[in-house]
Ligand binder design. Structure first.
Ligand code: BG6
Length: 506
């Protein structure tokens, strides 16, 4: 991103080879190629650079490049300059293979050595697993067995994977163990695409680069925190994945907890990957451990029924392709969490996320305690507006503060007003996929925006009581909501029991 008043100079990444597994798939075409294109167009790729695509399909490099060219025409986020495309494609090689065919990894190794020699990429390799999660462990093991994971002669070898990192605590631990058998933690870059969002990164800057907020960022001044990720889109064509996953697994231990940890963590002593990730993992670890009974009281799970969301007529979730007709998978979840530390004791954190809701809203809202009311007791004022500081991630990225102001006129009347900062008013940014910063950071070895093994496990540990309680409860306790509404009624009851109200979504 570049400020209107001056350009920020960022040097190109380290010389390296970008090896993408799952090269013929959707992620490579829809997101990775457009992101690499944007990096190339911004001068952030090194001169010594190459791309190696690995997939099972038999294909020539020329045919693979044709597919990438078409993908850029279809998915690029900015105008495609033919010269940049040709420069990027001139460094592409395709290798046919997969983890079940170890000889293909030997071939890959030989190809990489030859490319490195030719292009001067110094043996630095970024292995991007754009594969289904079931291939993470076999691919990592095959890289290990064939010696491709080993860092040697000053060359780095890094692995990128993207969520889901397991489906519960035990499977997340097993995945971490398997990856750490082959790679060291400093080589593993776990992507949560929420950390690629500027506004999400800005939470840290807002908190720690301003003296204003930190003194009041605690239980003495904050009444509650609400984290909302509401989507209008229904499950659509993702029925197979979604029905086995549900809203909790899909969104909470990863995206919503990234937001929570940035809001709630202690100030890191340094702005580096070790300090920041340690503080984030610490605060996730401090989410109160609860019994399954308590988990039922502190959660609402809902499933949508037919309605109209966004501009679409949405059928019942259970009528979605690849969804079981008696599915009890939740498409909405609301939780009330507590954090067991001195800063947050007694401050409830309410989280909610769902599909097919009335509006697309992603935000973190911090509500400050009300001012003592006494002074206005003998005036016509019935109630004061709530003091909310809201970080908006979507749709308009920005920050707003709601406070009370006097209504002009002879009598004392007070109304709630908003002071709003919108990113687009201050900064220019070229439309991006959200993966550019993440790929670039991996190429320069900066892991601040990536998840560490302990953080992933702390997230799963905190949601495990809900998963256990819901499994035991089966269909009992599943609520329903109409597509296009703001979620199930029970969610209002959940927060109402704490004497609070949700911020409106619609
Ligand atoms: C993905 C989930 O990780 O995040 C999707 O699998 C969800 O179900 C998406 O729609 C939300 O991301 P964003 O950036 O659109 O808020």
């Amino acid at each position: 991103m570049t400020a209107k008043n001056g350009a920020r100079v960022v040097p190109p990444a380290d010389p390296c080879c970008f090896v993408v597994f799952g090269a013929s798939g959707d992620l490579t075409h829809r997101l990775l190629m457009p992101a690499l294109y944007n990096l190339a167009a911004s001068g952030l790729l090194p001169d010594a650079f190459s791309i190696v695509g690995v997939a099972r399909a038999e294909m020539t490099t020329a045919a693979f490049c044709d597919g990438l060219r078409k993908a850029l025409d279809q998915f690029a986020t900015r105008k495609v300059e033919p010269a940049v495309v040709e420069r990027l494609l001139s460094c592409v090689t395709y290798v046919q293979g997969g983890p079940e065919d170890e000889a293909s990894f030997d071939r890959l190794g030989e190809t990489l050595v030859a490319i490195e020699h030719k292009r001067g990429t110094r043996g630095n390799r970024l292995y991007y697993l754009a594969t289904p999660p079931t291939a993470f462990t076999p691919t990592a093991r095959a890289l290990g067995r064939t010696g491709l994971a080993r860092e040697e002669n000053g060359a780095w070898r890094r692995l990128i994977i993207e969520k889901p990192f397991g489906t519960d605590l035990a499977s997340a631990q097993a995945l971490n163990r398997a990856l750490l058998d082959v790679f060291e933690e400093h080589q593993i870059f776990r992507i949560d695409h929420y950390l690629g969002k500027e506004t999400v990164q800005n939470i840290m800057v807002m908190r720690f680069a301003n003296g204003l907020f930190e003194p009041i960022w605690n239980r003495d001044h904050i009444d509650q925190v609400q984290i909302t990720v509401a989507e209008t889109l229904p499950v659509g064509r993702r029925g197979k994945f979604y029905d086995a996953t549900g809203a909790l697994r899909d969104m909470v231990p990863n995206h919503l907890f990234q937001l929570l940890s940035l809001v709630a963590m202690e100030p890191p002593s340094r702005f580096d990957a070790r300090s920041v990730r340690s503080e984030k993992a610490n605060v996730l670890d401090e989410i109160q451990m609860i019994t399954p009974e308590e988990a039922l009281r502190r959660s609402v799970r809902g499933q949508y029924l037919a309605g109209r969301a966004g501009r679409e007529d949405v059928p019942d979730y259970r009528a979605t392709r690849d969804v079981a007709p008696d599915s009890t998978t939740e498409t909405y979840v609301a939780l009330g969490l507590s954090i067991d530390n001195w800063r947050w004791a007694g401050v409830p954190f309410f989280l909610r996320t769902g599909k097919a809701l009335c509006a697309r809203v992603s935000e973190v809202a911090i509500k400050f305690k009300q001012a003592p009311f006494a002074m206005f007791r003998h005036t016509p004022i019935e109630h004061l507006a709530e003091n909310f500081l809201t970080v908006r991630i979507a749709p308009e990225e920005g920050i707003s503060l709601q406070f009370n102001a006097k209504v002009p006129g002879p009598s004392i009347a007070i109304d709630g007003v908003h002071m709003t900062f919108q990113y687009k008013d201050y900064f220019e940014s070229a439309p991006s996929t959200g993966y550019e910063t993440l790929i670039y950071d991996c190429m320069i070895g900066d892991a601040i925006l990536f998840q560490r093994a302990d953080g992933v496990e702390a997230g799963w540990r905190a949601v495990q009581p809900f998963l256990d309680a819901w499994r035991q409860a089966g269909p009992e306790g599943l609520s329903f909501y109409k597509a296009g509404s703001d979620g199930p009624e029970e969610a209002h009851r959940l927060i109402g029991d704490h004497g609070r109200r949700w911020r409106p979504v619609c």
